[in-house]
Design a protein around this ligand. Structure first.
Ligand code: GAP
Length: 463
C-alpha cells in the first residue's frame, strides 16, 4: 500500500488536499493522471448503467437540498456513528471499530485500545455524520441544511419530475454520479474512507413483488461490470448481510468487497430499499407546511396514513390500472473506492532483465494514457514522423509524446502509469513505414504498419 501511495503521488494520480498547509484529513485531490483514471471509472459505470440500456436514465441533482429531505429520509435522526474518546491520550474512535459486536451487544469498551496508553474512555455518544451548512447570509435554524451524505435522495426527490417529463415506465432506473460528504470520525486507508467522495448510485424502481428478482439481477449485473474491467475475481467477494443486521430501510443487502492490502473493504452496497424512501418523502411533503424553521431534530413528521399509496409519489401502472409506490433496488458504488481498488489490483512488480519493473496492469479502458509515441532518437526525421502519429492518435485519446532518455527508460515510465501500448519510430519506419508496437503486460514487441496504429488501438480499447 505504501508503495502504491508513493507512486500515486510521484506520478500525479492522487495528492493530499491542501498539502501546502499541512493537509486536510479525509480529503484528496486527483492530479493529471488520477483525474483521467477516475473519469474512466465513472464513464465505464455510466456506459454500463445508462448508455447501454433502455430502462435507465441519468440525473445530476444539486448537492444542496431542502433541509426537510434529510429529516424525511431519516438522516437527521439516524445517520450517526457511535464515538468515544480516550481521556488520557485524547484519541477518538468509532466504537464499532474497537468493539465490532457493539451494535448487537451494546457493550462499550472502557479502556483505550492503544496498548501504550490503556487510558480510560469516555461514555459512547452518537455523532451525526452530516456536514451542516447555511443557505444564505442569515445563519438561523430555518436556513440550516446539510451537504448531501448520499446522492440517492436527489433521485428520490426527482422521481415525479422524471416520470412526468419522460415516457419511461416502471421498471426503470435513475442513475447519478456525484460528490457526497460525510464527516467521518476516522478517515483512513488513503482514499478509502474520506470525508468528501464521489458516489455512483442507481435507484431502480420496480413493481412490489418483482423486487426479489430485480435484486438478484442487479447483483449479477454489478459482478459482470467489475469482471469486464479486469479486476481479479479472487479478490472480489459478494457478501449478503444477515437478515438481523440489515439497515432499517432494507429488505436485503449484498456488499461488494475487495481484498485491499489493508483487508477486505466495501466497494458497493446493493440494497432492496423497498418503498421506504418514496413513502418517507410522501410523509415529509405532507409535514413540510407545518415546519416553521424549528430545529430539525425536534420536528415531528406527520404520518397521517402510513398505508397511503395514492399520494404524489405513487405511480400509476397503466397495464394494471392501479397505483402503487414502487419498490427500489439500489446498487450504490463509490467512485473513489472503485478507483483505489483498480489501482491496487493493477499494481505489480516484475523482473525485467534483472531489474524490478513497476507496472500498473490497468484495463486499457481505464488507463489514463492509452499510448505513448516514442522516436528512437532525436534526429533523422524521427521526431517529425512520431509527431504525425501522435497528432493522429491525440484526436481520439489521451496519448503522450516522449523523446527524452533511452527508450527502455521511456517504456518503464509508461509501465508505471499503466499505458497499455508504446509505439516506437525508428530507422526502419523511415524506410518501410512500420513502427514497433510494444505491449505493457507481455513486453512483447512487434512490427506493425504505421497506418494501422489508430485501428489497432481502437480494437484493443473496445475489445
Ligand atoms: N445510498 C446508499 C449509500 O449511500 P453507502 O453504503 O453508505 O450507501 C455507498 O455508500 C458507497 O459509497 C459505498 O459502498 C462506498 O463505495 C462509498 N462511500 C461511502 N462512504 C464513503 C467514504 N467515507 N469514503 C469513500 N467512499 C465512501
Amino acid at each position: 500500500m505504501e508503495k502504491l501511495v508513493a507512486l500515486t503521488k510521484r506520478r500525479g494520480f492522487i495528492f493530499q488536499s491542501s498539502e501546502l498547509y499541512g493537509g486536510v484529513n479525509g480529503a484528496w485531490d486527483y492530479g493529471p493522471l488520477g483525474v483521467e483514471l477516475k473519469r474512466n471509472v465513472k464513464d465505464a459505470w455510466w456506459k454500463a448503467m445508462v448508455r447501454d440500456r433502455e430502462d435507465v436514465v441519468g440525473l445530476d441533482s444539486a448537492i444542496l437540498m431542502h433541509p426537510m429531505v434529510w429529516r424525511a429520509s431519516g438522516h437527521v435522526a439516524n445517520f450517526a456513528d457511535p464515538m468515544i474518546d480516550c481521556k488520557k491520550c485524547k484519541k477518538r474512535y468509532r466504537v464499532d471499530e474497537i468493539q465490532p459486536d457493539y451494535e448487537e451487544t451494546g457493550i462499550v469498551p472502557t479502556q483505550c485500545p492503544d496498548p501504550k496508553c490503556k487510558g480510560e474512555l469516555t461514555p459512547a455518544r452518537k455523532f451525526n455524520l452530516m456536514f451542516e451548512t447555511v443557505l444564505g447570509p442569515v445563519a438561523d435554524s430555518a436556513n440550516k441544511t446539510f451537504l448531501r451524505p448520499e446522492t440517492a435522495q436527489g433521485i428520490f426527490a426527482n422521481f415525479i419530475n422524471v416520470t412526468n417529463s419522460t415516457r419511461i415506465k416502471v421498471p426503470f432506473g435513475i442513475a447519478q454520479v456525484g460528490k457526497s460528504f460525510r464527516n467521518e470520525i476516522n478517515p483512513r486507508n488513503f482514499t478509502f474512507r474520506s470525508r468528501e467522495f464521489e458516489q455512483m448510485e442507481m435507484e431502480f424502481f420496480c413493481k412490489p413483488g418483482s423486487d426479489d428478482q430485480w435484486f438478484e439481477y442487479w447483483v449479477e449485473e454489478r459482478k459482470k461490470w467489475y469482471a469486464s474491467l479486469g479486476i481479479k475475481m479472487e479478490k472480489l467477494r459478494f457478501r449478503a448481510h444477515d437478515k438481523e443486521k440489515l439497515s432499517h430501510y432494507s429488505k436485503a443487502t449484498t456488499d461488494v468487497e475487495y481484498q485491499f492490502p489493508f483487508g477486505w473493504g466495501e466497494l458497493e452496497g446493493i440494497a432492496n430499499r423497498t418503498d421506504f424512501d418514496l413513502r418517507a418523502h410522501q410523509i415529509g411533503m405532507r409535514s413540510v407546511g407545518r415546519w416553521k424553521g424549528e430545529e430539525l431534530q425536534d420536528f415531528q413528521l406527520v404520518d397521517e396514513d402510513p398505508e397511503f399509496a395514492g399520494g404524489k409519489l405513487s405511480y400509476f401502472d397503466e397495464e394494471e390500472k392501479r397505483r402503487y409506490i414502487p419498490y427500489v433496488i439500489e446498487p450504490a458504488a463509490g467512485a473513489d473506492r472503485a478507483t483505489l481498488a483498480f489501482l491496487c489490483d493493477a499494481y505489480d512488480e516484475d523482473d525485467a532483465g534483472g531489474e524490478v519493473r513497476v507496472v500498473l496492469r490497468l484495463h486499457p479502458r481505464l488507463a489514463p494514457v492509452k499510448a505513448a509515441i516514442l522516436p528512437l532518437v532525436k534526429k533523422e526525421g524521427m521526431p517529425e514522423r512520431a509527431r504525425k502519429l501522435y497528432d493522429a492518435l491525440k484526436k481520439r485519446w489521451p496519448v503522450v509524446y516522449d523523446e527524452s532518455a533511452a527508450v527502455g527508460r521511456r517504456y518503464r515510465r509508461q509501465d508505471e502509469i499503466g499505458t497499455p501500448f508504446c509505439f516506437t519510430i525508428d530507422g526502419d519506419t523511415m524506410k518501410d513505414g512500420t513502427v514497433t508496437m510494444r505491449e505493457r503486460d507481455s513486453m512483447k514487441q512487434e512490427r506493425v504498419s504505421e497506418d494501422a496504429v489508430v485501428r489497432l488501438v481502437e480494437e484493443r480499447l473496445e475489445g
